[in-house]
Every structure is written in structure tokens, then in C-alpha cells.
Design a protein around this ligand. Structure first.
Ligand code: FES
Length: 169
């Protein structure tokens, strides 16, 4: 339920329509937060207070949650050297839930240290601060897709999946 005043909603109808389209594409859940924000930044080059309020409404989270993620995400504009960029959340909930083991497995599978790009240019691996998935730690961001409760065993599947996709494109 949108909590914006009616006049403000009318004034920002285009913005609201853009957000609704992104939410339709990515889902009205907390895990859609990053892709929705990334899409919004690509389309409109800024994420203002009204946008944060509308995104929060649509995803059922607080504007403070959205603002926290937006503040962290200067990396949303980052250019990756590899075809894909995998960010590993290193903030407290994920740290406590075994993020180090996930990061070690990624490094082993890809043959890189965090901050580097695999020799085949498939993946750039990097750290990130909280991506809003603290209720499902440890969390990864694979390009635009957030993934929670990641295990070291899953890492093997994730990397194999990226390699298989690259082999067919
Ligand atoms: S602490 Fe990792 S997603 Fe929030």
C-alpha cells in the first residue's frame, strides 16, 4: 500500500510506474531490492527519497532499509572486469553465518583471491557490505541476483552454472 500523499504520487507517476515495472520483473520481495535499485539507477540515474519510499512500500520493507542499501551501493555503478561479478557479503550476519568458508570456496573454484578476476575472465570476485539479506546469511550477489543461505557446496554448483552458461553463449 503506497503511503505517499496523493499529490506527490501524481507528481511522480512516471517514477512509480517505472518502479512497478521493475517490481513486476523481479518480484515484490526483499530479495528483489538490489535488482530493483540497479534497474532504477540505470533508467533514471538517481534514486531519490520518493523512489526509496515507493520501493519500500512495494517490497514491504522500511524506507530506512532501502536507504541503507542505497548508501552502501556506490558499487552498483561499478564496472566488472569479468563477464560476471560475484559479491560476497562480509557484514556481521553473513560473517557469523560462515561467509569466510563460502568466500574460500569461491576463491578455490575460481582460482582467484577476492578482488581479482578469474583467468578466463568469467568472474570478478569482490566483497560487499550488507545487501539486505541479513535474514538469510551468508549472502552473495551474483550480478544483480541476491542469493541467501549459500553453502560452500552450492558454490561449486554456482560456478559450474556460470561456466556452463558461458560455454553456450
Ligand atoms: S549482513 Fe550480509 S546481507 Fe546483511
Amino acid at each position: 500500500m503506497l503511503t505517499l500523499p496523493v499529490e506527490l504520487a501524481a507528481e511522480h507517476a512516471d517514477l512509480i510506474a517505472a518502479i512497478d515495472a521493475l517490481v513486476d520483473a523481479h518480484g515484490a520481495t526483499r530479495s528483489a531490492l538490489i535488482p530493483v535499485l540497479q534497474g532504477l539507477r540505470e533508467q533514471r540515474h538517481e534514486i531519490n527519497d520518493v523512489a526509496m519510499q515507493v520501493v519500500a512500500d512495494r517490497l514491504g520493507i522500511t524506507p530506512v532499509d532501502v536507504q541503507g542499501v542505497v548508501t552502501f551501493y556506490s558499487f552498483l555503478k561499478m564496472e566488472a572486469a569479468g563477464k560476471h561479478i560475484v559479491h560476497v557479503c562480509r557484514t556481521l550476519s553473513c560473517e557469523m553465518a560462515g561467509m569466510r568458508r563460502v568466500a574460500e570456496q569461491l576463491q578455490a573454484e575460481l582460482g582467484v583471491t577476492v578482488g581479482g578476476t578469474s583467468a578466463d575472465n568469467l568472474v570478478t570476485l569482490d566483497w560487499v557490505n550488507c545487501i539486505g539479506m541479513c535474514d538469510q546469511p551468508p549472502a552473495l550477489l551474483i550480478d544483480r541476483k541476491a542469493l541467501g543461505r549459500v553453502t560452500p557446496a552450492q558454490v561449486r554448483e554456482i560456478v559450474a552454472g556460470l561456466r556452463a552458461e558461458a560455454a553456450t553463449t
